[in-house]
Design a protein around this ligand. Sequence first.
Ligand code: PLP
Length: 449
Amino acid sequence: TPHPAADPAAGAAVKATDRAHVFHSWSAQGLIDPLAVAGAEGSWFWDYDGNRYLDFSSQLVNTNIGHQHPKVVAAIQEQAARLCTIAPGFAVDVRSEAARLIAERTPGDLDKIFFTNGGAEAVENAVRMARLHTGRPKVLSAYRSYHGATAAAINLTGDPRRWPSDTASAGVVHFWAPFLYRSPFHSDGEQQECERALRHLEDTIVFEGPGTIAAIVLETIPGTAGIMVPPPGYLPGVREICDRHGIVFVLDEVMAGFGRTGRWFAADHFGVVPDLLTFAKGVNSGYVPLGGVAISAEIAATFDERPYPGGLTYSGHPLACASAVATINAMAEEGIVENAARIGEQVLGPGLRELAERHPSVGEVRGLGAFWAVELVRDRATREPLVPYAAAGEAMTAFTAACKQNGLWPFVNMNRTHVVPPCTITEEEAKEGLAALDAALTVADGFAV
Ligand code: PLP
């Protein structure tokens, strides 16, 4: 465990310049007080005042191999010394090798890799590929989902590169995916929830017009929206619906992919193969921005004779690809995916269920691998959330502060805290984090009935 040297004056200077000049994402600039981070290693990071935090967030659920993995740091350094940048149109060893390693692990025939700089851009391109492949405009996605923050920037572009992908007239239609704890279908069992969710999706398609729908985009296991593991039959059912209507099935594995769930891809748990699979985050633990789309043979063939209209200056950046190669190899060599599965089964799952028994503020815990949600409620009987939907609240603020006071950095979203540590976390660290969570939940209990 690293022992940071405290340097409060340096921390104060970093903070002052940050407040003067950095415009932070997703934030009211006048209301934030970002922690100044001095360094990180493994499952930990620390500030300039000598406080260490056990990272139960993996930052934005991306540092699957933890901070500063020496093999990945070395690979980036070596690549920087050899070839820092090269345009996407060239064949380069690290890009080819990253694509090969990814294709080897994605399910089915998803054997061609289109590289992006992150998750949202991967989703944008998956949608564009689906629209061009089918010639249809609409895309269906779930209400409880997150797919990224970009806004189809190509529609703002003025030159003819916009024409093949002009989506101005196209629509996104939302539907309900299964979630038994807060069932949109008022089901009382998993099987019923699955059947009703599939019927609802089929009805949505019929009423929208099957011939107008290019793609259904789903997170394999929705992440930010609450880590809701679908019933076993749901994704195979969606696959069948897509096949019947000629709709492209896109699974978004930006968060759930690359070991997070204890398998290389969450799709592996369900035996389902999408037509397009988006990834980012865990592909290289975010050491250098990278994402991409894994493409089926059929959709890839659409663009054999016709150019694919998409790509950015930095697509498939050599530093990013080198870090992906090193990350995937380290994950394989060190059994990191297996570690996530084991920690989930043996430590996090049992530990969180035990906390749920003792704390009245815990409505449900659910998840697998290094991917768990703790749903905090005001009232266990009614399942009333600890804070209203889409609202901040004193209870979650107090809970979050208590986590940090106990040396734990949580991932908090609305009335939930997600337990999403690095997939490399040790049993001892996981137990230490659960003990800190235990203390913080006592604070949350004060807001429950
Ligand atoms: N898709 C999913 C499932 C995500 O969880 C995220 C980010 O959290 C994104 C897409 C967007 O990725 P990025 O922030 O890298 O653009």
